[in-house]
Design a protein around this ligand. Sequence first.
Ligand SMILES: [Zn+2]
Length: 85
Amino acid sequence: MADDRIDRTVLLSQCSAAVFRAATVTLMAVVCPSRACGVTVPVVDGMIGEHLGMSGDCSLGGARVCDDRISVADTANASDAVVPS
Ligand SMILES: [Zn+2]
């Protein structure tokens, strides 16, 4: 497959901050986890919006945000966390 639009995924726990609407039901925005970026970007339909980082278009624009809060919260032994995929 010569598809340059790779399906990238960012874990919510990788973002230093996230904005939810209506009691954490809908993810509205995250702080981009890219080291060269770090701006707050809107999340639309679970995907990070296209945005500019410090060096132009951020590569994480269009990446899917995986809400991993549940697996984190349900794991008593965090070091043994298993994320099904
Ligand atoms: Zn970014």
